[in-house]
Ligand binder design. Structure first.
Ligand code: ZN
Ligand code: ZN
Length: 364
């Protein structure tokens, strides 16, 4: 099969023939139909993520089960699946208490570049190729752990719902699961990339008002309005905190940080009202620190917290979000700006690096 191999950080992907093993115990082989291009893939490409090379990146895939390994009972060939970036053990205290996203398994596997069990199913010329987030979806096929293949209804378009594997679930879940936004509560979202816009979509579904979107791109702010933002602030032209306090009458119930640079986190916290929640959703650059806290904020019961992968339980949330998408309540298809073939993967990453579009998707 063909896969896009990255031999070293900061180089071009090479689309080459690789071999893929049959699925073993607890694994499934999936024929990819589509995969989103996420900022975490870009971080890996730029050498900002701890992962071994050569590697096949990609962690936002959707496709059709081709074959199942021994012991797989929940899936059969022909099932449509969204490949969650979250692989979990099912046995640790986090997993059994309903928070599989905090399981250490997926993080450890990402650093090792393997599937659970320390195995690698991709090879080229007798050499093992590393996996990314136990998925490696920039390839025609992927072998994944069954916990990561979430069965979804077959009438849902896989080239759209692939976004529920990572980005859309991260943003929507931040609003619905982490913040539990209620109707009439006030929301501000800093950063209108795929994750930030998904947070806007989630807040809109919850009935929040106002929903304030902050970015430096008028184009992205326009998109935020289409998806439910009631107020927008271009932070390159206006001081965002002052405007947020004005629009909300003293700060938002929920303030979401959905961009890469950590320097704005203090602004997000200042945009949160007393007793409100400031939630870190975007992936901060590795090793970055923030120093300008005002301890008095916390005395006034502000909460600063984070949300990983939308604080989701993939097997519950992904099918639920797919249903809501099909009913028109979560219009994540509007996040897809362009589709590329696997051979055009370097163009897709060049566009992402330049900040063009919201979400680019590779289709097979
Ligand atoms: Zn991602
Ligand atoms: Zn676990």
């Amino acid at each position: 099969m063909k896969a896009a191999i990255l031999y070293e950080p900061n180089t071009q992907f090479k689309v080459e023939e690789v071999t893929i093993d049959d699925p073993q115990q607890g694994e499934v082989l999936v024929k990819l139909v589509a995969t989103g291009v996420c900022h975490s893939d870009l971080h890996a490409l730029q050498g900002e993520m701890q992962c071994p090379f050569p590697i096949v990146l990609g962690h936002e895939g959707a496709g059709i089960v081709e074959k199942v390994g021994h012991g797989v009972t929940g899936l059969t060939a022909g099932d449509h699946v969204v490949l969650s970036a979250l692989v979990f053990c099912g046995r640790c205290s986090y997993c059994v208490s309903g928070r599989p996203r905090l399981c250490s398994l997926w993080g450890r596997m990402a650093v090792q570049g393997t599937l659970p069990g320390g195995v690698k199913r991709l090879h080229k010329d007798g050499q093992d190729i590393n996996h990314f987030y136990c998925q490696s979806s920039f390839a025609e096929y992927a072998v994944v752990n069954e916990s990561a293949a979430i069965k979804v209804r077959e009438d849902a378009p896989l080239d759209k719902i692939a976004l529920f594997a990572c980005g859309a679930t991260t943003g929507i879940g931040a609003a619905l699961n982490a913040a539990k936004v209620q109707a009439g509560e006030t929301v501000v979202v800093y950063g209108c990339g795929g994750v930030g816009l998904s947070t806007v979509i989630g807040a809109n579904l919850s009935g929040a008002f106002p929903i304030i979107a902050v970015d430096v791109s008028d184009e992205k702010l326009e998109r935020a309005k289409e998806l439910g933002a009631t107020h927008v602030i271009n932070a390159s032209q206006e001081e965002p905190v002052r405007k947020v306090l004005e629009f909300t009458g003293g700060g938002a119930d929920h303030a979401f940080y959905c961009v890469g640079g950590v320097d704005i986190i203090p602004q997000v916290l200042r945009s949160t009202k007393f007793g409100g929640k400031c939630i870190i959703v975007g992936l901060p650059p590795r090793g970055s620190t923030v120093e300008t806290w005002r301890p008095g904020d916390f005395l006034m019961e502000k909460v600063l917290t984070g949300s990983i992968l939308g604080s989701s339980r993939p097997s519950i949330d992904i099918p639920r979000y797919v249903n809501l998408f099909m009913s028109g309540k979560l219009p994540i298809d509007k996040l897809v700006t362009r589709t590329y073939a696997l051979d055009q993967i370097n163009d897709a990453f060049a566009a992402l690096e330049k900040g063009e579009g919201v979400r680019n998707v590779i289709t097979f």
